[in-house]
Write a protein that binds this ligand. Structure first.
Ligand code: SAM
Length: 291
């Protein structure tokens, strides 16, 4: 088993020896603090009966810790230059597999079947590349993978939006999309000093416990998310104005007030005050009129 590499000194030694210069364009900010790594791994509640999927192993600092806890680790890395280095740092962990690819292009269902056969519970655990945080998380959720939880380091602002409750300025379509599938919890806020190189933004570790069933029942998921998205197009406008702009014409919009009232929603409210339950009710009634 290789020694742990999560320190500024070992990280720069390894990079130097392999002649690697980090690429900002790939979001390569590597974690060099063992305490944060342990917090991330602990939040995922792994054991040898469980699997872990990592996105962007980098030089393997988190991968090593995951391999100590989980029965199987699969890690998807886009940067081919890192593969020989990962071979070295993961040498002592035969149950950790590195897959070269772009997580946004890889077909994850077959990958799961191949890598996690016999594992009933799989977590995604990662220090995500920040330039694609939201697309990665939405891909994981929308593909309805058999996940127990997702524990990821992301920008603090994005973590706050994902876990926001109705009423505040952080609450929006991302909050609803994430909370439809998951129960979110911010594990810890992370200072940028734990990365090499240090990113310009603050970070947070967020844990998304994947729900067995979505938080609300809707007949047409695509339409539900369309209504949510439409309601936040202009945040300062009322729900009435946003929905009128998306689904009605001058001639037809007289119906909208009655629809909102039937859903129990005052037309003068703003999208940011509606709960997910209210959006579910509204989209059900609205789809009969315009869907
Ligand atoms: N896990 C390491 C750590 O914690 O130190 C590295 C994390 S670093 C923030 C993000 C990693 O994701 C980098 O290794 C980067 O090359 C990789 N990456 C960037 N875009 C990717 C993509 N589309 N698919 C897979 N990996 C990607």
């Amino acid at each position: 088993v290789q020694e742990d590499i999560a320190s500024p000194k070992k990280t720069s030694e390894l990079l130097k020896r392999h002649g690697l210069v980090l690429k900002k364009s790939l979001g390569q900010n590597f974690l060099v603090d063992p305490n944060i790594l342990h917090k991330i791994v602990a939040a995922a509640e792994l054991d040898k009966t469980k699997g872990a999927l990592e996105i962007g192993p980098g030089i393997g600092a988190l991968t090593q810790q995951l391999a100590k806890e989980a029965g199987k680790v699969a890690a998807i890395e886009i940067d081919q230059r890192l593969l020989p280095l990962l071979k070295e740092t993961l040498g002592g962990y035969p149950h950790a597999t590195v897959i070269h690819g772009d997580v946004l292009k890889v077909a994850l269902k077959p990958l799961f079947e191949e890598q996690f056969q016999g594992f009933e519970q799989v977590s995604v655990v990662a220090n995500l590349p920040y330039y694609i945080t939201t697309p990665i998380i939405m891909k994981l959720l929308e593909e309805k993978l058999p996940l127990e939880n997702i524990v990821v380091m992301i920008q603090k602002e994005v973590a706050e939006r994902m876990s926001a409750k109705p009423g505040g300025k952080e609450y929006g379509s991302l909050s609803i999309a994430v909370q439809y599938y998951c129960d979110p919890e911010i594990v810890t806020i992370v200072p940028h000093t734990v990365f090499v190189p240090q990113p310009n933004v603050d970070s947070a570790v967020i844990k998304l416990k994947v729900r067995r069933r979505p938080a609300v029942e809707v007949e047409d998921e695509a339409f539900f998310f369309d209504v949510v998205q439409a309601s936040f197009v202009q945040r300062r406008k009322t729900i009435y104005n946003n929905l009128a702009a998306r689904y009605f014409t001058k001639e037809t919009k007289s119906q909208l007030e009655a629809i909102l009232r039937e859903a129990g929603i005052e037309p003068s409210r703003r999208g940011e005050t509606l709960s997910m339950q209210e959006y579910a009710r509204l989209s059900g009634i609205l789809s009969q009129a315009v869907g």
